[in-house]
Ligand binder design. Structure first.
Ligand SMILES: [Zn+2]
Length: 615
């Protein structure tokens, strides 16, 4: 390769060597003009020349610099890479300089900021929702923390408690409270707040504990007094040196798992110096009783209290489970089970035949407990033919599908087309008629009287003497005529238990006798079931059997598919009105459960619903 100076503003070009002859011709020319002329006459020279610079051209195409230009940072003799802005380059140089001289550290003290572990974490901002300016919980907690920080007391004592009022009703309310003392038992400050959603006593206690952790300044020695064993247990679990609690473990907590994730995060802070002390629930600890009293005093005035709004922001539980906008705060598996069951109950209640129960008050948990009542010889995974049959009959009654004539018409219209009630020979025999047929009225009256007497004796056995038969009849649930707008004895035959009666019995027995009250009710339902079977349904079936024999109807006849009267059958069966009144939708039960009533009671109701629908 030779370097040819083309005298072009001090730029030289590199090219490959050509043939010797052509090289000689090339060298004899001094200017570009002369070379151009020579190449026009000599084609070989032109081709070879073009070829000789190809390689350099290629290289130049890859690395091309802009022409000389001016840069503020670099002065006049600056060459820039094509496509790259001048500012970008000068910025790059400036950053390079700044980092090399650690100018950033020196001037901005950024070194401190970059080291995350040394940065103090603001737990109050991290775990509490600021909400609107009318909610002062956030500010209150911050102020209390400041106050605790500035006290000279070596140790701080926290007394925490929480409670619920009117559980199971729409007026449910919950308040938790924290009272803070110094080591001379002088009150430093106190904090009271209300709860929303998933209200339970344990949640109130847990919230009190969580809020306390937010108030504790780093390094301060603190003792927390609580009467809640659940908090102590979970605290010991989370701070254990031996057991590691995983996300899965906390999700398996029966409730409040989202808050416990936050608490776990807070407890992992090594700066906290805390100790938990269990106070006996009914002890004479004056300070603990004081919190309890102050909480009680605030009921009825709870609208004055701020609502402590938690931000679920724990490292370990970044994406909490939410259902229709409500955080799921219970064991997730239980929750899914609950949803499925409420769905089942809703479907069941939406059936046309249950339209009355959508507006009447029924104690469903008693109904399902009665359906699933386990006999003594029965175990969870085994059953006998007899018990199975009993259950089947109970369910048949509940869904009004005992084999009445009207029911039989559905499968064997040919045979039963002209059949009427076998007792009175007059009316169509549907489910309600079986029990209200005028020829059965006397028997029914007798059964009802015996039922009421039995209930009175039950109560007497429990020491309740002042119940009169009249008082029981006045409840208005033992009518022997069927009406749509009231519960009556036919409902009891189906196994439906009226709320009025439920409340009456519970009122007489008192809240502490809940279990025996439940037993009593199931017993009563069982009694109605057996008595009506013996006195009314049994004899009726005998009559029908006799009649069928007379007509020569055999089992084979019944199994035959219908052939005649198909139109007539369809009309009779499909001409029943559909009722859309007060249908349940969108799992209202679960929603109510989240917002108002807690599930323990509700779950009881629903545990059995699934089973009913599976039958
Ligand atoms: Zn009749």
């Amino acid at each position: 390769m030779s370097i040819l100076n083309l005298a072009l503003k001090g730029v030289s070009l590199q090219r490959n060597k050509m043939d010797d002859i052509l090289e000689d011709i090339f060298k004899s020319k001094n200017t570009l003009e002369e070379i151009r002329l020579a190449a026009e006459g000599n084609k070989q020279l032109a081709i070879q020349l073009r070829k000789s610079i190809e390689e350099v051209q290629l290289e130049l195409r890859m690395v091309r610099w802009n022409t000389q230009s001016h840069s503020k940072a670099l002065g006049n003799n600056a060459y820039f890479y094509e496509g790259m802005s001048e500012y970008y380059l000068s910025e790059l140089l400036r950053y390079n300089y700044a980092f090399r001289t650690e100018i950033l550290y020196k001037h901005l003290e950024l070194k401190k900021c970059l080291d995350e572990n040394e940065m103090p974490r603001d737990n109050i901002n991290r775990y509490l929702e600021k909400s609107n300016r009318y909610n002062i919980a956030h500010q209150r907690i911050r102020r209390i923390k400041k106050r605790i920080t500035s006290t000279k007391s070596k140790e701080i004592l926290f007394y925490i408690d929480g409670s619920v009022r009117d559980q199971g009703t729409e007026n449910i309310a919950s308040i938790f409270g924290i009272m803070i003392y110094d080591d001379d038992n002088r009150l430093i400050d106190k904090y009271f707040s209300t709860l929303e959603q998933w209200i339970t006593a344990i949640k109130a206690e847990t919230m009190a504990f969580f809020t306390t952790l937010l108030m504790i300044p780093p390094g301060k020695k603190c003792t927390i007094y609580t009467d809640c064993q659940n908090i102590i247990n979970n605290y010991n679990l989370l701070t254990s040196n031996i057991i590691v609690t995983t996300t899965r473990d906390i999700l398996k907590f029966s409730n409040n798992n989202a808050i416990w994730f936050n608490i776990k995060d807070l407890l992992e802070d090594q700066m906290l110096d805390i100790q938990l002390v269990k106070v006996d629930a009914h002890s004479h600890d004056i300070l603990h009783n004081q919190v309890d009293k102050e909480i009680k005093d605030r009921y009825g005035l709870e609208y004055n209290l701020a609502n402590t709004l938690v931000k679920y922001n724990a490292e370990q539980y970044r994406f909490p489970l939410v259902w229709n906008g409500h955080l799921v705060e219970m064991n997730i598996r239980w929750f899914i089970r609950l949803i499925t069951r409420v769905e089942g109950l809703e479907k069941f209640l939406n059936l046309n035949r249950n339209k009355r129960y959508r507006s009447l008050d029924v104690e469903w948990n008693i109904v399902f407990l009665y359906l699933n009542k386990q006999e003594k010889e029965e175990k969870t995974f085994s059953s006998s033919k007899y018990i199975e049959k009993q259950k089947w009959m109970k369910v048949q009654r509940l869904i009004e599908e005992i084999p009445t004539i009207e029911q039989l018409k559905k499968s064997s219209y040919d045979i039963y087309r002209d059949f009427r009630c076998v007792v009175c020979n007059k009316k169509k025999e549907d489910f309600i008629h079986v029990w209200t047929c005028r020829y059965n009225r006397k028997k029914m009256k007798f059964i009802i009287e015996k039922y009421v007497e039995r209930l009175r004796l039950f109560l007497l056995e429990k020491g309740i003497k002042d119940v009169t038969t009249k008082e029981l009849f006045d409840l208005g649930v033992f009518g022997n005529r069927f009406t749509n707008d009231k519960l009556n004895f036919v409902d009891l035959i189906k196994g439906i238990f009226p709320s009025q009666l439920y409340k009456f019995i519970l009122g007489k027995l008192g809240n502490n006798q809940k279990n025996s009250a439940v037993d009593m009710r199931i017993n009563l339902l069982q009694y109605v079931f057996e008595e009506t079977k013996i006195q009314i349904w049994g004899p009726r079936c005998e009559l029908l059997n006799r009649l069928e024999k007379e007509y020569g109807i055999t089992k084979q006849n019944k199994k035959k598919p219908d052939s005649m009267f198909l139109e007539e059958k369809r009309e009779e069966i499909t001409n029943r009105p559909i009722c859309f009144n007060r249908r349940y939708e969108f799992l209202e039960g679960v929603r109510d459960g989240v917002l108002l009533v807690f599930f323990y009671y509700f779950t009881l109701t629903l545990v059995t619903v699934g089973k009913v629908l599976r039958v």
